[in-house]
Design a protein around this ligand. Structure first.
Ligand code: C2E
Ligand code: MG
Ligand code: MG
Length: 651
């Protein structure tokens, strides 16, 4: 009897692997499913090996033992050789080049050597060329057993060769881990050839699988355990390799709106159940279309699908429309999510639409900024000015800071009581040498994302202070200028000190400057932010609340804050001629005045709105009706003309 202890240990390892994968439902992912199949096949293989050892000992054998020994030996050899083919397929999927072996021809080439093995094994029942099991002799090797070894060696060397060819698709750790598995297997086969009684082959495979699990598969890293789906990091890696390997793919990006707010509002448990529901819906849709896909999720609720373009049953846009339709149908079937799931879908064909990794990622994240459509085809956006700007935002911001590309515009604010312009809001624009004028709605969020808001925000303040120091604005009738502060600026510990430096350099009277903060800022107020705001107030600056009415406005909190003005958002003004809208705006103004806040109406575009607002006792009006934001010089001329003053020139 041979030494079966190695086999028993190997069996235990395979059993744990199979159990783990089943329990965690990991085998639905392509790479994982290959790994799972190898583990499962190896488990049967090892079982057949052990059973064979028991049936072919001791001699002489009964007829049943001869029969069973033959069957077990057949199963062992059959599965053992199949494992090597599956491992090769696994290498293809790890390197994300498995699309290369998806055609019938390639599959044929891949399985052809193994077919020879199968043929030999099947005919072995008659010929005994591979092995024999006899009553007196027990198990004996046949004359053509070497063919099986040659076929195995062929697969092993093909695997090693392919690994070397695809080395650039793998990080060093993965590459060496996979290579080591082959070396280990070859070493074990050689040992077993010389000393068959040791039976170390399956044990070596088991160790190899463990190494693969730890260094290549790394399920904890690839899978988000809460959602049971592949992570954003995995998506990035897979996308990168897909681009490198020039595979033709279609990316489908599904963005659920206001994910973060919903998570906060509904709590983790409800929210994650909701995202899981969406994911399962997407999966069912993909399965129903028969596409090859991989699915990933990025917090809070962006879903990514990498779909093999070679087996795409419909045009990309139709796929997206079908998916959306499927969502609506599913959600209608009695689940409450219908009311709060409004996805936007983007389809990107690679490499047709986009080839660059950074451009693709940018498109994935920003297609909703570039288009307001429910279904966005990258092909329609690529090449547009918006797209170019989004992709070159960092360069644009750098240029603006380095070459003074930032221009401040001033929008006059009209005082109803005084019948003239009392203040103005400073609004930033970038005048870029390549893309021309760029709106702050585009570059402010980008500056916040890239951490450049600190520099940009200070450049804004400096520009406004310089303007104020160069002109006697009071003489023009302008008592104060409003400057927007974003959340990212307010949390900077250095903010107040920098403002103070600029204030001293330009000799600014703080009472002539009012900083605008937004509602979101109040919600997320933290210590640094409230310290900053309090210190600005102590220095003599004032604060106002911008865009009131956009979020979940909280009057209680507004009352407690030392705010000079409340600026009512344009969306409320736009609604003012509807029944409900007029009630809302009238009561909002009344309420604000009741708690001693002055009210500025933003976005007033015509006389009719202005007249209505005057009857409501608003204090200030800002809007295109009076003037659009204007460059420094034009602004001065405009307010002086309208405020009936003579030149306000240099001080
Ligand atoms: P905001 O602070 O609410 O500024 C008002 C926006 O409404 C301005 O857009 C202004 O041009 C626009 N607006 C004013 N009246 C009308 C009107 O009658 N009709 C319409 N349709 N629009 C009107 P702008 O200049 O594009 O600025 C957009 C946003 O970008 C600003 O909204 C503000 O949040 C931000 N922003 C602008 N400059 C700065 C800045 O220097 N720093 C920071 N942090 N944010 C800024
Ligand atoms: Mg503002
Ligand atoms: Mg506003």
């Amino acid at each position: 009897m041979k030494n079966i202890y190695f086999d028993i240990c190997a069996g235990a390892i395979f059993l744990i692997l199979v159990f783990t994968f089943n329990r965690r439902n990991l085998n639905k992912y392509r790479m994982f499913s290959m790994f799972y199949m190898i583990s499962l096949t190896s488990l049967f293989c090892v079982a057949a090996d052990i059973l064979m050892e028991y049936t072919v000992n001791p001699l002489p054998l009964s007829r049943t033992a001869v029969f069973l020994g033959t069957i077990f030996s057949f199963v062992y050899k059959f599965l053992r050789n199949a494992t090597l083919v599956i491992y090769l397929v696994f290498i293809f999927s790890v390197t994300r080049t498995d699309y290369r072996i998806r055609s019938g021809k390639m599959r044929g080439i891949l399985w052809a050597p193994n077919c020879l093995t199968i043929l030999l094994l099947v005919t072995n029942f008659k010929t005994g060329w591979v092995f024999t099991v006899t009553s007196e002799g027990g198990y004996a090797r046949g004359d053509l057993l070497w063919v099986l070894y040659v076929v195995s060696a062929l697969y092993a060397f093909a695997g090693i060769g392919y690994l070397i060819v695809c080395k650039r698709y793998l990080d060093t750790e993965k590459f060496f881990a996979l290579l080591f598995v082959y070396i280990l297997t070859i070493a074990a086969v050689l040992i077993q050839m010389v000393r068959p009684e040791l039976m170390v082959e399956m044990f070596a495979t088991a160790i190899g699988m463990l190494i693969t699990m730890m260094f290549v598969i790394r399920p904890e890293e690839r899978i988000d355990t809460t959602l049971g789906v592949q992570t954003w990091k995995t998506f990035q890696g897979d996308l990168f390799n897909t681009i490198l390997s020039r595979q033709k793919i279609m990316l489908m990006v599904i963005q659920a709106d206001h994910g973060e707010e919903k998570r906060e509002f509904f709590g983790d448990a409800v929210y994650y159940a909701y995202v899981r529901e969406i994911i399962s819906c997407v999966e069912q849709y993909c399965k129903s279309t028969g596409v090859h896909y991989e699915i990933y999720c990025e917090a809070p609720a962006n879903i990514y699908l990498i779909i093999d373009e070679n087996v795409l049953p419909r045009e990309p846009e139709q796929m997206a429309a079908g998916c959306l339709e499927y969502f609506h149908q599913r959600m209608k079937q009695g689940s409450e999510e219908e009311m709060w799931f409004h996805p936007h879908i983007c389809v990107i064909r690679c490499p047709e639409d986009l080839q660059e990794y950074s451009e693709i990622i940018n498109m994935c994240h920003r297609f909703t900024v570039m288009s307001s459509e429910e279904i966005v085809c990258a092909s329609r956006i690529v090449g547009t000015r918006d797209f170019e700007i989004q992709n070159h935002m960092e360069n644009i911001l750098n240029r603006a800071i380095e070459h003074n590309g930032l221009e401040m515009y001033y929008q006059p604010i009209y005082s109803i009581a005084e019948g003239r312009f009392r203040s103005a809001e400073a609004l930033a624009r970038i005048n870029d040498s390549v893309y021309g004028m760029i709106s702050p709605a585009v570059f402010i969020p980008a500056a916040e994302r890239t951490g450049m808001i600190e520099l940009l925000g200070m450049a804004v303040i400096e520009s406004v202070f310089r303007f104020m120091s160069e002109h006697d604005l009071k003489k023009a009738g302008i008592s104060f200028i409003e400057i927007n502060l974003s959340v990212a600026q307010c949390v900077q510990p250095q903010l107040v000190q920098r403002i103070q430096e600029l204030q001293e350099r330009y000799g600014i009277d703080p009472s002539c400057v009012n900083f605008e903060i937004t509602e979101t800022m109040i919600e997320s107020i933290d210590r640094v932010m409230s310290d900053n705001l309090n210190r600005l107030l102590e220095m003599g600056y004032t604060l106002s609340l911008d865009d009131y009415g956009m979020g979940f406005s909280n009057v209680g909190r507004v009352r407690k804050l030392p705010l000079r003005l409340i600026k009512i958002d344009k969306s409320l003004v736009d609604d003012m001629f509807t029944d409900e809208g007029s009630v809302i705006i009238r009561n909002t103004v009344e309420m604000m005045r009741g708690i001693n806040k002055q009210v500025v109406m933003e976005g007033v575009e015509d006389r009719e709105v202005l007249d209505a607002l005057i009857t409501m006792n608003c204090d200030y009006i800002q809007g295109f009706y009076f003037s659009r934001p204007l460059p420094e010089k034009t602004f001065l001329e405009y307010v002086m003309t309208h405020n009936n003053v003579q030149a306000a020139g240099g001080t």
